[in-house]
Write a protein that binds this ligand. Structure first.
Ligand SMILES: NC(=O)c1ccc[n+]([C@@H]2O[C@H](COP(=O)([O-])OP(=O)(O)OC[C@H]3O[C@@H](n4cnc5c(N)ncnc54)[C@H](O)[C@@H]3O)[C@@H](O)[C@H]2O)c1
Length: 338
């Protein structure tokens, strides 16, 4: 990964910047020399301690659906819109909360960015959106949009893409379709992804639960590779108006993933199996990343096994904060929503 290929971003706004991916993006922007990074986050699934302690970073704790009093930075900001009600299962349980943040929040962010003459808006879309289930991997960006998506989250992630295109005449927008991100910064929890949950269970002697047979596959991209794709999307003129997959083009079996996590954690936890979740109809996921390579020059370089080692090291280094976050996530998932 190289930051030299991309021009420097001086002023950035990161919605959802206290989250798993957003906080890594903030670290990256600072190390690239950003002068100011404004984070807008209501801390509903993010954590202050994930953000770097740096005078150039300002956290505004607020709902992204109300940006009226967010000051305009002096320079045209580059906006990374990552705030979201995350993710599929959460949206099935709380569809109105999903629509609030992912629908209204995206529209509000785009309106704010247009009014402040933002240099670019990079939108965090999802590889699970758009094409729906039942399609052959690898997934290309030009596959037709499905009207039969499986969860409210997929619908609202697609909605955000419609809004980006609607504003495309007056704003430089790029729709990045993330595949499965993982790495330092993501805590375990009922609504979180498989990797932090496998690692936490392995480290605390609990069984790893595979929902399915273990033959299902996903395209896991290490968070810093994904963040490199976000920065390149904002600074590459040829990406303007485009949708770009951010994945690796490599499928990993969930059964293999579980074994690798046990090895990386030196854990004796068992692997157990449970039925697949009703909405989870995609057996195999893989991104076609030709466009990320040709338009952005992105070369995801971290293999899943190497990325797991780095993620497990982060868990060891932040064990008490992660334990507290796991408790917070447990409490959050047991409260009713709408
Ligand atoms: N993690 C993945 O594998 C993945 C895959 C596809 C897409 N994405 C997208 O990437 C983005 C970041 O995901 P993540 O994994 O870092 O999730 P995350 O939950 O860690 O981050 C989301 C952040 O948004 C904040 N937030 C939520 N609602 C808000 C609101 N109403 N106002 C202000 N802030 C709010 C949360 O507090 C959190 O810090 C999301 O848009 C997500 O949909 C992630």
């Amino acid at each position: 990964m190289s930051s030299t290929a991309t021009q420097r971003i001086k002023t950035a706004v990161v919605t959802g910047g206290a989250g798993a991916i957003g906080s890594r993006l903030v670290h990256r922007l600072l190390s690239d020399g950003a002068e100011r990074v404004l984070v807008i986050d209501d801390l509903s699934s993010g954590y202050r301690w994930l953000l770097p302690k740096d005078d150039r970073v300002e956290l505004l704790v607020k709902d992204v659906c109300d940006m009226r009093d967010v000051p305009a930075p002096a320079d045209a900001p580059t906006v990374f819109h990552l705030a979201a009600f995350f993710a599929n299962q959460n949206s099935v349980d709380h569809p109105l909360d999903d629509l609030h943040t992912n629908g209204r929040g995206t529209l509000t962010t785009l309106l704010w960015a247009r009014a402040r003459s933002a240099a670019a808006v990079v939108y965090a879309s999802a590889g699970c959106s758009i094409a729906g289930h039942g399609i052959e991997a690898p997934i290309r960006e030009d596959m037709p949009v499905s009207l039969h998506l499986d969860t409210p989250y997929q619908i609202t992630k697609a909605l955000g893409e419609f809004y980006c295109n609607y504003f495309g005449e007056s704003l430089h927008t790029v729709r990045c379709r993330f595949f499965n991100s993982y790495g330092p910064g993501e805590v375990p929890g009922h609504y979180r992804n498989v990797i932090p949950n496998f690692i936490w269970r392995a480290l605390t002697g609990q069984p790893l639960i595979i929902t399915g047979t273990g033959d299902e596959t996903r395209d896991f991209i290490f968070v810093d590779d994904l963040v490199d794709g976000l920065v390149r999307s904002a600074t590459t003129p040829g990406a303007r108006g485009d949708a770009i997959n951010l994945g690796t083009g490599v499928q990993t079996r969930i059964g293999d993933l579980a074994e690798w996590v046990l090895a990386a954690c030196q854990s004796k936890s068992r692997i157990e199996y449970a039925p697949r979740r009703a909405w989870d109809k995609s057996t195999h996921r893989e991104a076609n990343i030709d466009k990320a390579k040709s338009v952005l020059g992105l070369r995801p370089s971290v293999t899943v096994r190497a990325g797991l080692e780095r993620t497990v090291a982060w868990f060891h280094g932040n064990r008490e904060a992660i334990r507290a976050a796991a408790e917070t996530e447990r409490a959050r998932s047991s409260t009713g929503g709408s």
